[in-house]
Write a protein that binds this ligand. Structure first.
Ligand code: AMP
Length: 196
């Protein structure tokens, strides 16, 4: 099974992806996680990505496309994968389409987690306030100001992928404002209907 989870930052893509991993035995490929690991390890990619990630901007298409192309070839991705945080631009989506054709792979579904962005901003502000009150550090790219920039990036670039995949007849939507278990149930129903 191969799928894409689409949705703004903090929509719950990571949480849902983890559940799909547990249920279907496929791997979660989060470009955000891979980039954070590269930053931590101090690799060449990490050095290039660090500042742009901290500012809430997008890492270059070339870098992320390269990372994903290598990653989906690895043995643990043979049974399938969930792309979480990729593609984020039309150029990335086109590259993914071409990559899948070359590798003889097909996508089973593209699922958009639809959320109320005003509520998301409030959630992130609440999390930051709680962290501050308890003396915990706030992830640099998860403070309210950076979060708003990430949301703007999403609306400017990534939201274009919704009509892109809808036009291909691949897009399905779930209501991401429902409780986590409900969202999981909606996703499982879509996958069952797709015979995935
Ligand atoms: P995420 O954990 O998916 O929110 O990603 C964290 C950060 O990594 C983003 O704000 C971007 O700077 C970078 N990033 C992750 N995935 C991509 C992507 N597909 N294209 C460009 N930048 C990305």
């Amino acid at each position: 099974m191969r799928l894409i989870l689409l949705g703004p930052p903090a929509a719950g893509k990571g949480t849902q992806a983890q559940r799909l991993v547990d249920t279907y035995g496929i791997v979660q490929l989060s470009t955000g996680d891979m980039l954070r690991a590269a930053v931590k390890a101090g690799t060449e990619v990490g050095l290039k990505a660090k500042a742009v990630m901290e500012s809430g901007g997008l890492v270059s298409d070339e870098i992320v496309i390269g990372i994903v192309a290598d990653r989906i070839e690895e043995p643990d991705a043979k049974k399938g994968f969930i792309l979480d945080g990729f593609p984020r631009t039309i150029a990335q989506a086109d590259a993914l389409t071409a990559m899948l054709v070359t590798k003889g792979m097909k996508l089973d579904a593209v699922i958009e987690i639809v959320v109320d962005q005003t509520a998301l901003v409030k959630r992130v502000e609440g999390r930051a306030a709680d962290a501050l009150a308890s003396g915990q550090p706030v992830r640099k790219d998860d403070n309210p100001e950076t979060f708003k920039i990430r949301l703007e990036e999403y609306n400017k670039l990534t939201a274009l992928l919704v009509p892109y995949y809808d036009g291909k007849g691949q897009l399905k939507r779930v209501d991401g404002m429902k409780p986590i278990d409900d969202v999981t149930a909606q996703i499982n129903a879509i996958l069952a209907a797709a015979g995935a």
